[in-house]
Design a protein around this ligand. Structure first.
Ligand code: SUG
Length: 445
């Protein structure tokens, strides 16, 4: 395939549950302690990959990280055999057990920030795993994510996989969820747009935490070696964060020459848009198309409930675009009207598809959260680990694997049972064989 954007979707892990761990994420708090269905969750995610694959979009997967991460409980002083560690942690503080079981690594938009080789001075694809320093359950992801990325993108002549930024609040980084790349076509150099929640200015949210810092965004642009005139770093509107927009991809989404956003997405929004348009024009010689929604058309609350801006926009082989929305956008009238506005506006979107991703949505993760975008040239595509590239055969194998290893009901209290931990470990072990990844890598040993 010539240069194109791959979507690396997170395969949803067997411990998918609702423990309400993400303060500021409305769905996560609302659904705390509800019963989850890990099997349905994983199949919904897999169906999305199949849908994209059938549409002719380059699709790949990132494996789930091994959970529970008992090493973390050991670091906190729990000792003995694995089952003793789990039992004593559960008897001491069940929230710690929820943290090490979280399947939150499914949302691979938070796995890393990725810059394609055409944007970088050394002409390599650069990756920085997100440190996810603002939530405890997610801060234990980056080490294993780094390991997986270094295995899949192992060729140093094409790929540079950096370690995560130091895990400190002033450098808090949530990856591609706060990063959008605008370009004429994926193969050409683009403008990389970083959005942070808290930085040098006095503006900050009052109710909920800002998860991305200006310092972190600047550091990533620097370490990826992005050309200066091709970077814009801007602040998210703090009122949006306080309304439950914990990542920028809950309030804006872009693809190639198109930006969709709510009028309350960014601080000084008219200036922000003008700046982006100016950079885009200078870099590409063409116009960035922007579609915005006023609160009168779509309230912030409706944007958060529907996850309209967490829709995925993909470019098909014919150059037209498909918008992949969560089913909730079909059910909430203002969001439904918003999809019609996109179809009616001047841009390349000519198809809207609604997909059922409710299991993930109930934890605050829509279509766009579930995938990491990686633009790869033909040569780079050859250089990645081929076992993670989606195919009809892989789809069948993964569907059978999910069927064999996943439960169809799970409540937060089930996580204290060591038998369940063993089921999770066995699932990952057999996945390693399907994906052709050494067990030692996937089991993180
Ligand atoms: O980090 N939810 C994730 C959702 C991430 C969505 N990603 C993007 N918007 N890109 C989060 O808040 C919930 C886990 C729990 O409550 O058990 C959670 O981690």
């Amino acid at each position: 395939m010539p240069t194109c954007e791959f979507n690396f979707d997170g395969l949803i892990g067997p411990s998918h549950n609702y423990a309400g761990l993400s303060f500021g994420n409305v769905a996560s708090s609302t659904n705390q302690y509800q019963q989850s269905n890990p099997k349905a969750a994983a199949l919904q995610g897999l169906q999305k990959m199949k849908f994209l694959h059938d549409l002719g979009i380059a699709q790949a997967i990132l494996p789930p990280l091994r959970r529970p991460r008992l090493e973390f409980l050991r670091e906190l002083g729990f000792s003995g055999s694995d089952s003793q560690v789990l039992e004593s942690a559960a008897n001491t503080n069940m929230t710690l057990v929820h943290q090490v079981y979280s399947a939150s690594n499914m949302w691979t938009a938070n796995a890393a920030t990725v810059s394609p080789s055409v944007d970088c001075e050394d002409s390599k694809v650069h990756f920085t795993p997100a440190n996810l320093a603002s939530t405890l359950h997610r801060s234990i992801e980056p080490e294993s994510t780094l390991r997986n990325l270094r295995f899949i993108f192992s060729d140093p002549s094409h790929f540079k996989v950096h370690p995560a930024l130091p895990s400190q609040t002033p450098l808090s980084d949530e990856g591609a969820a706060n990063h959008t790349r605008f370009c004429r076509t994926h193969s050409e150099q683009g403008v990389e747009f970083f959005v942070f929640g808290v930085g040098n200015s006095k503006l900050k949210p009052e109710k909920f935490p800002a998860r991305q810092t200006e310092l972190a965004s600047q550091a990533i642009a620097r370490r990826h070696g992005l050309k200066g005139d091709a970077v814009e770093i801007w602040q998210q509107n703090p009122n949006a964060i306080d309304a439950g927009v914990f990542h920028n991809d809950v309030i804006s989404v872009g693809n190639e020459d198109l930006l969709l956003c709510h009028e309350l997405a960014f601080v000084n929004q008219p200036d922000c848009i003008a700046k982006l348009q100016q950079r885009f024009r200078a870099k590409t010689g063409s116009e960035l198309k922007v579609v915005q929604w006023k609160s009168g058309e779509l309230q912030l609350r409706e944007a958060v409930q529907s996850y309209l801006f967490n829709s995925q926009i993909v470019t098909r082989a014919d150059g037209k675009m498909t918008l992949i929305c969560p089913l909730e956008c079909d059910e909430i009238p203002a969001a439904r009207r918003a999809t019609e506005k996109i179809l009616g506006a001047e841009n390349r979107v000519d198809q809207v598809q609604f997909l059922d991703l409710r299991q993930s949505m109930n934890n605050g993760g829509g279509p766009a959260c579930l995938r990491l975008r990686v633009v790869l040239t033909e040569e780079e595509q050859q250089a990645i680990h081929q076992g993670v590239i989606f195919s009809d055969d892989l789809f069948r194998q993964l569907a059978n694997w999910i069927d064999a290893h996943y439960r169809d009901t799970l409540i937060a209290d089930d996580l204290r049972d060591y038998q369940f931990a063993r089921e999770c470990f066995e699932a990952i072990e057999s996945l390693a064989d399907i994906l052709g990844i050494p067990r030692s890598v996937l089991l993180d040993e």
